[in-house]
Unconditional design. Structure first.
Length: 118
């Protein structure tokens, strides 16, 4: 499975962005997909994940109510809609495919930069 993250950019606080994670590989539909982020000088942290079926989703407390994860199996793409962005959301965002129930991700995409100005 190969993953390609896109959609990052520069936005003002209160604004929105939608990240996309496009996958190739016929087994992509078998995997959960997670979004993670890493800010300068900080550890990578979990943001959101969605099950292979698209039925289950989980979110970090810091983004609950502001971010929404979804997947379009026909397009082999997972989205992260980010609303009401805050400066503390600034980070490089990565998508990964794996097993949500054991919090293990096997395949990682390159990052996309999100910068939120105050």
């Amino acid at each position: 499975v190969q993953l390609q993250a896109s959609g990052g950019g520069l936005v003002q606080a209160g604004g929105f962005l939608r990240l996309s994670c496009a996958a190739s590989g016929r087994t992509f539909s078998n995997y959960a997909v997670g979004w993670f982020r890493q800010a300068p000088g900080k550890e990578r942290e979990f943001v959101a994940a969605i099950s292979w079926s698209g039925i289950y989703a989980s979110y970090a407390d810091s983004v609950k109510g502001r971010f929404t994860i979804s997947r379009d199996s026909a397009k082999s793409t997972v989205y992260l809609q980010m609303d009401t962005l805050k400066p503390e959301d600034t980070a490089v965002y990565y998508c990964a495919a794996g097993r949500m129930e054991v919090d293990t991700y096997y395949y990682w995409g390159q990052g996309t930069q999100v910068t939120v100005s105050s």
